[in-house]
Design a protein around this ligand. Sequence first.
Ligand SMILES: Cc1ncc(COP(=O)(O)O)c(C=O)c1O
Length: 417
Amino acid sequence: MRKYPIDAIREAFPGLKRSTGGRNAIFFDGPGGSQVPNSVAKAVSNYLIHHNANTGMSFETSLETDRIISESLQACSDLLGASNPNEIIFGQNMTSLNIQLASALSRTWGVGDEVVVTRLDHDGNVRPWALAAEWSGATLRKIDVDPKDCTLDMESVLENITENTVLVALGAASNLSGTINDVRKIADIAHQFGAEVVVDAVHYAPHSLIDIEEMRCDYLLCSPYKFFGPHQGLLWGRAERMSKLPVAKLRVSSEIMPFRWMTGTQSHEGMAGTMAAIDHIAWIGREYSGDESLSRRNALISAYDAIEKHERALCLRMLEGLGEIDGLRIWGVTDPQRIAERSPTISFTHPSISAGEIAKILANKGIFVWSGNFYALELTEFLDLEPEGVLRAGVLHYNTMGEVEDFISEVREILAS
Ligand SMILES: Cc1ncc(COP(=O)(O)O)c(C=O)c1O
C-alpha cells in the first residue's frame, strides 16, 4: 500500500482553500453535506453545457443523456455492491425517496402489522414510517438506545421485533453520535420473522464501504451530497419487489425498473455529478493501492480501507483531546478499543455554555461545525438534549490531523474562558 494521498485529495477540493477568521477554513461540517471535488463540478457543468436533453429520443443529446443515466446507475451499483444497476433509483434526496417508499409499502400493510424504528435514527428514517403506520393502521414501535454510549439496546431490539413486524427501519450510522450499527445482526433477526429491513446509509456512505449483500438489507438509501457529490438521493431495492410495489406514478411514465420510481424529469446533471463523486472515491483506491487497473468496485474497497484508517486516526485524537476537557461530555462510543463501532462524527455538550454559542465562536475563528439536533430528534429527545442539542464536529476524508489539533485547542480555550 502507498501513503494515504491527503495532499492530492485536498488539492482536488477547491473549496478547502477558503480562508476565513484568520485561518484556512476548517470544514468539520461534513455530516451536513461535504465539499465537492473539481471533477464533480466539471461533470455537472459538462453535462449541462454539452449533453443537456430529455430522455428517450434518437437525437444525439438525448441518446447521450440516456447513456449518462445508465452509466450513473452502474456507478451507484458499484458503490453499493449491487449486482443489478436497474435496482438503483435516483431522487431529490433521501427523505423524499423514503417517503415515497413508505407510502408504497404502507399500501401493502394493515391493522395488526407492526413497523419498527429506532430512537437513534435521523427523522428521515423515522417519520416516513410513522406516517406509513398511521396511513395503514399498523402499529409503530421504537427500539431504545443505551444512553451510556448511544448504541442500540439489543434487549429492546429483541422485544420490539416480533412475528407481527413487517418492517424494521434503522441507520447504518448515526449522524449525531456516529454510532455504527450491526445492521446484519438486526436484519437477520427481522428476516427470521419475515420482516423487511430498510437501512439509512446517509451518514455511513462517506466513511465506510456499503455492501448491501453483507448487510442483508431489503432497501437502502443514501445521499450523494454527503459523499462529495451533488444534492441528490439514492434508493436501492430488489427489482423483484420494487417492480411490483404500488408506487404512486403517472399513467404515462415507464413501468420499467428503475424508472417507475423516478417520478417526473430527473436531475441528469446530478446523476453525472454523482458518478463523478463515486469515481473520485475510486480514484483514491487506485492511488492508495498503486493499482491503476482495479475495477471500480475493487477500487472503492481499497479507497474505503484507506479512508477508514485515515479517519479513525483523526477520530481517536479528537476523542482523546476533547476527553481531557473538564465537564465536556461526548455522546457516543469513546473507548478507543471500540473505534470501529463509530464514524468520526463527534458530538458533545458542556454544562457551562450552549452548543450554539460554541459553534458561533468557532465559526468566527473559521471552524465550521454544527449545533442542534440535525434532525436526529428521537435521540436528542431521548437523551434530554432539547432544545439546545449538541455541538457536532464531523471529520471527512479530506480533513487533517493539524485541523483536529487546532479544533481541540480552540474548544479547550473557549471552555476554559
Ligand atoms: C443519517 C441521515 N439520514 C437522513 C438524512 C436526510 O437526507 P436528505 O437530506 O438526503 O433527505 C440525513 C441528512 O442529514 C442524515 O444525516
